[in-house]
Design a protein around this ligand. Sequence first.
Ligand SMILES: NC(=O)c1ccc[n+]([C@@H]2O[C@H](COP(=O)([O-])OP(=O)(O)OC[C@H]3O[C@@H](n4cnc5c(N)ncnc54)[C@H](OP(=O)(O)O)[C@@H]3O)[C@@H](O)[C@H]2O)c1
Length: 360
Amino acid sequence: MKKKVKVAVVGATGIAGQQFLASLLDHPYMEVKALAASERSAGKSYRDAITDPSGAFRWYCQEPLSPEFAKIKVQDASKFDARSVDLVFTAVESDAAKQLEPRYAQTTPVVSTASAFRYEKDVPIFIPGVNMDHDRLIPVQKKNRGWKGFVTPVPNCTTMGLAMTLKPIHEAFGVLQVLMTSLQACSGAGRSPGVIGLDIIDNVIPYIPKEEEKVEVETQKILGTVSGGTVTPAPFPVSATCTRVAVLEGHTEAVYVSMKKHATVEDVTKVLEEHGKDFVALKLPSGPSSLIEVTGDPYRPQPRLDRDRSEGMVTTVGRIRQDHALPNGIKYVLVSHNTKMGAAKGGILVAEYLVNKGHI
Ligand SMILES: NC(=O)c1ccc[n+]([C@@H]2O[C@H](COP(=O)([O-])OP(=O)(O)OC[C@H]3O[C@@H](n4cnc5c(N)ncnc54)[C@H](OP(=O)(O)O)[C@@H]3O)[C@@H](O)[C@H]2O)c1
């Protein structure tokens, strides 16, 4: 029996924060001991904090809100004492994370969904089953900064599916360049201000501020190698176009990869299907039964039909084809759940791995 791990969720009232609560309910060893958010919510019960003055209850998860969590009094994140828990999950925008996360990390490990620290030299961006060996940066980060804890972010939700699928392709065939166009769900924009209905209904929005740069840089860092206390990024360029579409949850991505070695559709299918078996064998509580599932149905993957496979923790890949425009080209479509594997539950899975390895 694992020792109980006391956790706090900061940014608990937002879209990603709510998903943390949905995924931590009945967790075998993580216990939610504190919730925090902005001054706006501080001092209210969690239920009141997510209820609008109009009476509208703004709980966005499919799972019901636990009555136990609903009663917890939300704390002001800027005053929250991280020493009261063993682990902090943060789900706030980058500007707030920049202030809050280093303060918490002085005493306590932080697993973050925010981008604030993703690009720092001594900070790993973890994807379960892809680059958990980057945990070698954790002691470096603690030493560099004089912290007892640390900050380990998960990637941008669009990077998640892309880097997950590129990892086995890069290992087997060597990636030379990557082109990707995303069709991203509205929940990815968060709760406030979120995506305005008038903008997105009957529409596609061809720009998401800062998103393309994040995907390009993060993918190279995640698939890079750790040496000398930092990450040397993977050498191949990534070019992304990120769009917003009228889908609630689940990001779809059309990916084109040029490779060093020629590979058939069957070769690529095989390496994708076999990816991450060692990680899955750890049987971590939030882990899926496989990290990637490949479908042969030419009309899949679709966000509505595939995002919830393995409780939103699997990347579904379909439409794998030879690409004739790129040298040794291959192309495919993927769907990855942006608020589950791409944010909260992916963060919990990272934390479970770090607990197993003794970092928490
Ligand atoms: N949504 C996704 O699919 C997704 C996926 C991956 C990563 N992320 C990342 O996760 C983070 C949260 O995103 P979200 O979509 O959940 O946003 P959101 O729905 O807008 O929620 C923002 C949360 O931050 C809190 N907050 C705002 N200002 C704060 C401050 N100054 N101090 C403390 N708390 C503050 C809010 O509390 P109040 O309710 O009190 O205002 C709320 O709990 C972002 O960094 C985002 O990039 C999101």
